[in-house]
Design a protein around this ligand. Structure first.
Ligand SMILES: Nc1ncnc2c1ncn2[C@@H]1O[C@H](COP(=O)(O)OP(=O)(O)OP(=O)(O)O)[C@@H](O)[C@H]1O
Ligand SMILES: O=C(O)C1=C[C@@H](O)[C@@H](O)[C@H](O)C1
Ligand SMILES: [Mg+2]
Length: 196
């Protein structure tokens, strides 16, 4: 026997996969919360496809998110995002990481709620700021005081993200640890509902 530990427990991943069934797992939360990074690793652990809605939007439009915002404005972007999400959530199981504002849009939120189990990656301002300040690809943060903008977004959005089925605190620990917490939350939710 070797002593190399698995990064994410296979048994836990199997339990979570069973609990998920055919439903999608949808990550929501603010910019920098880790939806894309944690979503990808969670999909790998579950052995299901991973799709990032921001990437899918960029692929179908052949434009970057920044270009889309600049050319058509936020409202058009949200309409495109809702259409893309509807298609992505049609069949499962998949892990879908959404853009930070998707769950805030009423139409997208309805689709997300219908299309899967939602996990909110909750994070404190300083954690988010440390992560997002490294890149300038987020059009909503191109303001005079982007940290203040981020804080304003937290205030406005956190009560809405809190409607998620599950919440996991995203923080600066190993990403695998966050993935384990996500998988545990999925498996435990099933148990709490008496299906295990
Ligand atoms: N637990 C973690 N520890 C350290 N860094 C992390 C952790 N989780 C995510 N990150 C890093 O933080 C940055 C932002 O993460 P990510 O792009 O996944 O956020 P996001 O929620 O998808 O943001 P957006 O809404 O802008 O797409 C990435 O560089 C990612 O590698
Ligand atoms: O928080 C938001 O509203 C956004 C987050 C990003 O993922 C992108 O979807 C876009 O920059 C908008
Ligand atoms: Mg992302």
């Amino acid at each position: 026997m070797n002593d190399v530990t698995e990064p994410v427990s296979a048994t836990l991943a199997e339990r979570a996969k069973l609990a998920l069934g055919k439903r999608n797992l949808v990550f929501i939360g603010l910019m920098g919360a880790g939806k894309s990074a944690i979503g990808r690793l969670t999909a790998q652990a579950l052995g299901v496809p991973f799709i990032d809605s921001d990437h899918e939007i960029e692929r179908v439009s052949r434009m970057t998110i920044s270009e889309l915002f600049a050319a058509y404005g936020e409202e058009e972007f949200r309409a495109l995002e809702a259409r893309v999400l509807k298609r992505l959530l049609r069949s499962g199981p998949r892990v879908v990481s959404t853009g930070g504002g998707a769950y805030i849009n009423e139409r997208s939120r309805r689709q997300i709620k219908k299309g899967g189990v939602t996990v909110w990656l909750n994070a404190e301002l300083d954690v988010l700021w440390e992560r997002v300040s490294k890149r300038d690809t987020r059009p909503l943060l191109k303001t005079e005081n982007p940290k203040q903008t981020l804080e304003n977004l937290m205030r406005a959005r956190y009560p809405i993200y809190a409607e998620a089925d599950l919440t996991v605190l995203s923080r600066d620990v190993k990403k695998e640890m966050i993935v384990e917490e996500v998988l545990t939350a999925i498996a435990d939710r099933q148990k709490a509902q008496g299906h295990d």
